[in-house]
Design a protein around this ligand. Structure first.
Ligand code: SF4
Length: 70
């Protein structure tokens, strides 16, 4: 898990959809990775998040980016 940033997926079923697979290409720092027929968040990569918002454009409120800093 990231020390500074956490990518929280509110709707786990979403990770099995084609839209979720679009996250793999959309994220510039490879936080989303395909595993079998779903997508998972690479927890080792969370702190690399640039807060670009591309994943939120795809997933809307099904994903939340939580900052553990002020
Ligand atoms: S905000 Fe950008 S860098 Fe962060 S997880 Fe989403 S797509 Fe990746």
């Amino acid at each position: 898990m990231g020390m500074f940033i956490e990518i929280s997926v509110r709707d786990k079923e979403f990770l099995r959809t084609a839209a979720a697979r679009a996250l793999v290409d959309a994220c510039p720092v490879e936080i989303f990775e395909p595993v079998d027929r779903r997508v998972r968040v690479n927890k080792d990569q969370e702190d690399e998040c640039t807060l670009c918002g591309r994943c939120l454009e795809i997933a809307g409120d099904r994903i939340e980016i939580i900052k553990h800093y002020d």
